[in-house]
Every structure is written in structure tokens, then in C-alpha cells.
Design a protein around this ligand. Sequence first.
Ligand code: PMP
Length: 434
Amino acid sequence: MSTDAMSNAALFERAQRVIPGGVNSPVRAFKAVGGTPRFVQRAQGPYFWDAEGTRYTDYIGSWGPMILGHGHPEVLAAVQKAALDGFSFGAPTEREVELAEEILKLVPSAEQVRLVSSGTEAGMSAIRLARGFTGRNKIVKFEGCYHGHADALLVKAGSGLATFGHPTSAGVPAEVVQHTLVLEYNNIAQIEEAFASQGSEIACVMIEPIAGNMNFVRASVPFMQRLRELCTQHGAMLVFDEVMSGFRVALGSAQSVYAKAIPGFAPDMSVFGKVIGGGMPLAAFAASREVMSQLAPLGPVYQAGTLSGNPVATACGLTTLKIIQRPGFFEQLGQRTRSLMDGFVKVAGDAGVTLTADSEGGMFGFFFADSLPQNYQTVMAKGTDTFNRFFHLMLDQGVYLAPAMYEAGFVSAAHTEQDIADTVAAAANAFRQL
Ligand code: PMP
């Protein structure tokens, strides 16, 4: 840190001169909620401190990765040791093998895994592999699910079910998204219709099984079951994007949650990120040996990365994955997260504010609505202004929630019962002022 501490506002002003919008990823700019982004100086456990020295209880945790909280001593030690041994080699290391073994042990649907550096890269590579494996071009995604910013995935629904999507970003040619079909989440009739009309051309259906990019919305069990049946019947791959839900909603990720409800359930391919890197740039995609052997150097689907399997990142991820396997870890995390959401619903009710909430493991969402939304349209239908006011009332009390209504929240193992109780008390205060 420089000796002359700058305010958040002064830093934001300075940042905007040299970085577009002052941020290196758009949601950090507080555009949805307004106000000045907090520039983080340091973090420890469930807290971070901004440039002005103000402490915040952090319910973002770097958008998911920090499941152990910040600066966990064992993770820190592993990272420091790895850094001393070298930052990057561009040659294989034992630790990559160990991390791959650990991921596969926890994800029985997959037999092999390839490590990459970001969720975007993993999702993009998974789609290329699904297309290469099936020899088909079309892909299906759902409105409100985010799978990174690869061109073919920056797309919104076309005017009708039979029509393909429109780019949601400038710079993406219409031709690039002409193979991407965007459907409504949890809508069984739409997915049945799509497979009935073009099932033989669909390479894969990509889905966030428990979506964290339209606040927190679960795919219903009947919807997931039907999706699985249709993919199998038509030879399309079911690709689970578990970048956010992976090792976060349960030790076995969201797929283990659906496998409990649907006997024998498994996706054909899984995409991971966030928690598997523990806060370092690391992501992965995984599938059966048959599918993964289509990748270079074995097969015709090209995929590569200078920093893939980075030795410092793998040390961070591996240690994180080992710690989350300790007895009782997810029970306690799930219980803390539930008590946060139960607390919100209770104190909102006391203040006469309509609120619903849901959570799984260490991931949560709440809505200023009387029932849990099932798709993007209903998430976005109401509550934006109320959320934005609530966000700032919480921020003013030192609680850092996602700065947009369409994002999920995260609790870490470092959040104590007292932290949760303090946050619920702050929420009670905020709800009374809404
Ligand atoms: N998939 C999902 C479900 C995500 O939540 C994200 C990021 N929030 C991504 C993919 C992209 O990951 P990254 O930001 O690491 O590229």
C-alpha cells in the first residue's frame, strides 16, 4: 500500500483514467446499485478492509472461490511453499496429477479432467469438445445462465423457439451465435419442443444446475430429469456448468444433489472453476475417458494453455479441496448459510417486508417477492429498486453483498455464528428503513 492512503472515490476516479470503467470485470463497478465501488486493501477470514480502512463482512468471497474465507493459514502455507519452488514451468508437475485425482474422486461422473485458468476458458473448451465428440454444431443454453464470455455464449433468445439467438455483446457476429438456442430455465415444454424439432443436430445442452447468475434459482427435479432423458435419447451431451456450484453447494457439487433426487443421475460433462482454485486462476472441465480422449494431444479437438495447471494455483486449489473434505465441513457451512437466510426472512417479516430465500451448502439467494422465481424473467420482474436500497443500507453497516440483484451470495467456513447474527441484525435495521 502507498503511504498516502486514497479514498475509494479518489481511487475510482484514478482507476477510470487508465482502466475502462475503472474495473477489470464489469459488475465490480457498482453500475446496477450505484455509488462508489470499494477498493479492497486486504482481507482476512470473513472480512475485508477497503482503502479507507472500513471493515466489511464479505458475502461475495471473490464471487465464490473463498469457501474457507480469506487467508486460511494452511492454504497460505501451501501457496508460499509452491511459490518458492517456482511460479510456472510450462511442463507437467505431480501436483496437477494430484489435483486431477482429487477432483475425480469427488466427481464420480467423470474419469478425466483437463485444467485451465478461467471458467470462461473451461466453458468454451467444453463446448468445443461436445461439438467435436458429437460431430454436431448446435448448442442449447438457458436464459439467465452465464457460462463465461466466449462469443457463442453471449446470446439472448431469438423471437421464437425455432429461431436462434441474438448476440448480447457488440463484437459478436450474428453468424457466431446462429448455432446457439436460448430457452427458458425450468420450462419442460420448451426443451421438449426443441429436441422434437432439432434433436439430431444438438451437440450439447449447457446448464447451471443451481444457477447463481440470476440470483439463486434451482433447476427443478422434474425439469432436470426430463433434460437428462432427452439428451440421452437424442445423443446430445448434458453439460453441467458447475463453475459456481462446484464444491460449493455440496462436496459432490450440484450433480450430487440431483443424483440424490434422481437415481443414477449424472451429467456427461462438468465444468468447474472458483472453489477448485481457492482464489487463484484455475478452472477445469471433466468427462468420461472416451470423451476426454478426443482432446489434443490424443484426439482432434484442440485445446491448450501456457499457464494451465499452474503450480501455485494448483497448490492453492488442492489444499482448499482437501480442507473442505473434513468431517462436518459442509454440514456446518450449510447450517450457517441457512441460518443467515432464515434470519433474513424472519426479520423482513417482522418489518412487514415481503422476502423469500433459498440456499444450498454455502450459496444463497433472496428475493423481494412472495415465492421463489423459477426463471430469469421472474427474477428480474420486480424488486430491483428495493434491492438496490437494501444493498446500500447493508453496505453502510459494513455488510458486503453482491452489488446486483441478479447475483447469488456466498458464506464461507470463516463466518462465525456471531458474524451471521450481526448480519441478520443489520438486515433487520435495513428492512425497517426500506
Ligand atoms: N460459469 C459460471 C456458472 C460462472 O458463474 C462464471 C463466472 N462467474 C463463469 C462460468 C466464468 O468464469 P470466469 O469468470 O472464471 O471466466
